[in-house]
Ligand binder design. Structure first.
Ligand code: HEC
Ligand code: HEC
Length: 376
């Protein structure tokens, strides 16, 4: 499969496009395989090769943080499919966050964005979080915007990159956000062995992984109900489907601190935004593409391995015996009723993990199109 972006001009407005919301403008050939739908891209921020390239320089540039210590890539590391291997990332002030930095592959398809906000629907808006967020501080840009823009404006390389991406427009924060969003959109991941299997190469994955995929989609385990479709999450949309119809937020019983279903105050899920009791502990279903590359797991990175995660599903929730978060998640009143009760034989567990491993697109972890341009 070709790995380079090809510059071409493709304007797409599929059936049902009405107004800005559903219009889609993609000016790079994303080389999508047949089982990937055409993604939705906001009409005000065309996906161009030049904006992706500018975004790549910015993504890896620590000058983008207030104190010059952190870049997007500090938490989203290419070697881990743009996730973080720390349970919770450190921001510009060395303050630890409360959530695990997710992989950034196939974010072009995700809506809503982040672990537990159902109102953040564009990457452009989501980026205000890491740039300006104060609890926790990530990039620490609050109060430093002009200083950061001055840094970029005085660099002749950026003058050129901005001019190519946004001709005759002054360098401003909106364009920084737009090009970063475009770079993130370009991180489409479709080169896993399982993709080759779907495309017809039966030997692309092992016999264990094939048995594991049958388990995954079986009614006994029901994993495919939430980790659905080509992106392995119900939080994926495309240009054709538009907005999500069903809620992609679920509580899987990781905590039950007070016996009433509570999660730690630092990360309580959708309830923080909605204020509705039943949203306690509900987090967005993560994509399982590249999951074997993105340990540790769960919204707060509190589950070290895939084996541990599957054991939690098998037990019907996580039982924490001691410490401040002690409680039996198996008894949680908020645990999703869409989760099945099941147990696995040892070889079935191995099969299921082999399947999850077959979702790893190792090529993306070294793809030069996405890597740090400042190294060369
Ligand atoms: C200090 C670590 C840190 C830095 C720096 C950081 N992020 Fe993140 N990122 C996170 C965490 C943690 C989340 C999950 C936030 C949440 O769910 O509320 C996240 C979420 C995201 C998401 C949403 C992904 C999804 O699946 O919904 C995108 C997109 C993203 N970051 C892009 C960026 C970009 C671009 C930058 C640079 C401007 C950046 N991040 C800087 C830690 C970081
Ligand atoms: C009811 C919906 C639902 C079903 C069914 C479901 N999951 Fe999940 N899964 C989720 C949600 C939500 C999360 C994130 C929960 C959190 O972090 O609090 C998750 C997280 C995961 C993770 C961790 C991913 C990461 O990046 O942190 C793995 C692995 C996983 N699920 C595998 C499975 C497997 C295997 C099955 C079938 C046995 C399954 N899931 C069934 C909703 C579901």
């Amino acid at each position: 499969m070709k790995q380079r972006f090809k510059l071409g001009v493709v304007f797409l407005c599929l059936l049902g496009c009405t107004g800005d919301e559903l219009a889609s403008s993609i000016e790079v050939d994303l080389q999508l395989p047949e089982h990937f739908p055409v993604p939705w891209v906001p009409s005000e921020n065309h996906l161009t090769a030049q904006s992706v390239e500018l975004g790549r320089y910015l993504f890896y540039d620590t000058r983008l943080s207030g104190n010059g210590t952190v870049s997007c890539s500090s938490c989203h590391k290419q070697e881990f499919a743009f996730a973080d291997d720390r349970p919770r990332s450190l921001g510009a002030t060395e303050e630890s966050g409360t959530l695990n930095a997710p992989a950034l592959t196939n974010v072009i398809y995700l809506r809503p964005l982040t672990w537990a906000h159902d109102t953040i629907t564009s990457i452009e808006d989501q980026l205000l979080g890491p740039m300006f967020g104060e609890s926790p501080v990530e990039m620490g840009m609050t109060g430093a915007t002009q200083r950061i823009l001055d840094r970029l404006t005085s660099d002749t390389l950026y003058q050129q990159l901005f001019e190519e991406a946004f001709p005759a427009a002054p360098i401003r924060l909106k364009l920084v956000r737009y090009s970063l969003a475009s770079f993130v959109r370009s991180l489409v991941s479709y080169r896993a062995p399982f993709d080759a299997f779907i495309a017809g190469d039966r030997d692309a994955i092992s016999i264990q992984a094939r048995r594991g995929s049958e388990l995954f989609y079986s009614s006994k385990l029901g994993c495919g109900g939430c980790h659905a479709g080509f992106a392995f999450t119900t939080a994926a949309v495309s240009a054709a489907t538009g907005d999500n119809q069903s809620s992609p937020f679920h509580n899987i019983g990781l905590y039950n601190i007070d016996g009433a279903g509570s999660y730690p105050d630092t990360a309580r899920g959708l309830i923080e935004e909605s204020g509705v009791a039943r949203d306690m502990g509900r987090f967005r279903v993560p994509s399982l593409r590249n999951v074997a590359l993105t340990a540790p797991y769960g919204h707060d990175g509190s589950v070290p391995t895939l084996e541990d995660f599957i054991a939690i599903y098998e037990a019907g929730g996580r039982h924490i015996e001691s410490g401040p978060f002690a409680g039996d998640g198996r008894e949680s009143r908020w645990r999703s009723t869409d989760l099945k009760d099941f147990s696995l034989a040892d070889d079935e567990r191995i099969d299921l993990i082999a399947f999850l491993e077959s979702l790893s697109d190792v090529a993306i972890t070294t793809d030069q199109n996405h890597s740090n341009p400042w190294r060369f």
